[in-house]
Write a protein that binds this ligand. Structure first.
Ligand SMILES: Nc1ncnc2c1ncn2[C@@H]1O[C@H](COP(=O)(O)OP(=O)(O)OP(=O)(O)O)[C@@H](O)[C@H]1O
Length: 247
């Protein structure tokens, strides 16, 4: 655990007097691709926001690449690319201008922006205002932004929301490529097939605590089910028809 890329130890987060995250321990190794799963309100975004340094735990310790946010915020933040689940874009800016703004904040050149636009297939639409973009196209700008500086750790909150099947496939390819070059990836999703396809490891949250943790195969073996979908249904006591089974 000491050498893990991401370490959360005994982390607790209280919001409006409610313990949203409770005594959480999570360690993610370098180059691992980890999917965070769990129902609405399970705490996925809260965990990602704490790791990104946007929220701070009430208790416990968070370390990324051996660094802590409160010791050196800049050094901590430089290791992270963060894709939020929702973002209010500046309506007047084009996709390229939006990325140039982020690139400037990160001390990167225009070439990085051009590369990123190609990577997410927006090279021909980069000069159009973001306000004219679909949900999926906006997601691709946010994805490009998270990858801009080739950060060691990439945190993504529901990154595949709104992606069409072609871009879903490209997303999987880009993330795999990032992991193969040593980047560590943690993302939340409600799409079990994306987790199954992409993640080395799947972490299920329930009420702000880890309910299940393992590879998709380990989870299938453990719950004796055919696919992750069945395994989750078994964990939550839901029948294949989607109805809750009697206890
Ligand atoms: N600013 C806030 N004020 C009050 N409650 C909050 C706030 N932020 C988060 N919460 C609560 O914390 C819990 C966890 O929220 P979080 O957004 O982390 O869940 P999630 O797993 O990402 O959910 P979803 O799948 O719906 O996006 C929820 O009960 C939510 O209502």
């Amino acid at each position: 655990m000491a050498d893990s890329m991401i370490v959360m130890k005994r982390v607790q987060k209280v919001i409006k007097r409610q313990a949203i995250i409770q005594d959480l321990h999570l360690a993610v190794e370098k180059s691992q691709v980890v999917a965070l799963l769990g129902g609405n309100g399970a705490g996925k975004s809260t965990i990602l926001r704490m790791l990104a340094g946007i929220l701070h735990p009430n208790r416990g310790e968070i370390t990324i690449g051996g660094r802590q946010w409160n010791m050196n915020r800049r050094a901590y933040a430089e290791q992270i690319g963060y894709m939020p689940d929702d973002f209010r874009f500046s309506p007047g800016l084009t996709a390229r201008e939006t990325l140039l703004f982020w690139a400037k904040l990160k001390g990167l050149s225009k070439e990085h922006v051009s590369e990123a636009l190609v990577q997410v297939g927006l090279e021909h639409t980069g000069n159009k205002p973001v306000s004219s973009f679909s949900k999926g196209m906006r997601q691709r700008i946010l994805f490009a932004q998270a990858l801009l500086a080739h950060p060691p750790v990439v945190l993504m909150d529901e990154p595949t929301n709104g992606l069409d099947p072609y871009w879903m496939e490209s997303f999987v390819r880009i993330v795999r490529q990032a992991a193969s070059t040593g980047q560590t990836i943690l993302f939340s999703t409600h799409q079990l097939q994306v987790a199954e396809l992409l993640a080395d490891r799947v972490v299920f949250l329930r009420n702000g605590a880890i309910a299940l943790d393992g590879s998709a195969q380990q989870i299938r073996d453990m719950l004796g089910a055919g696919g992750l979908q069945d395994a989750v249904a078994a964990m939550y006591g839901i029948s294949r028809t989607g109805k809750k089974e009697s206890p």
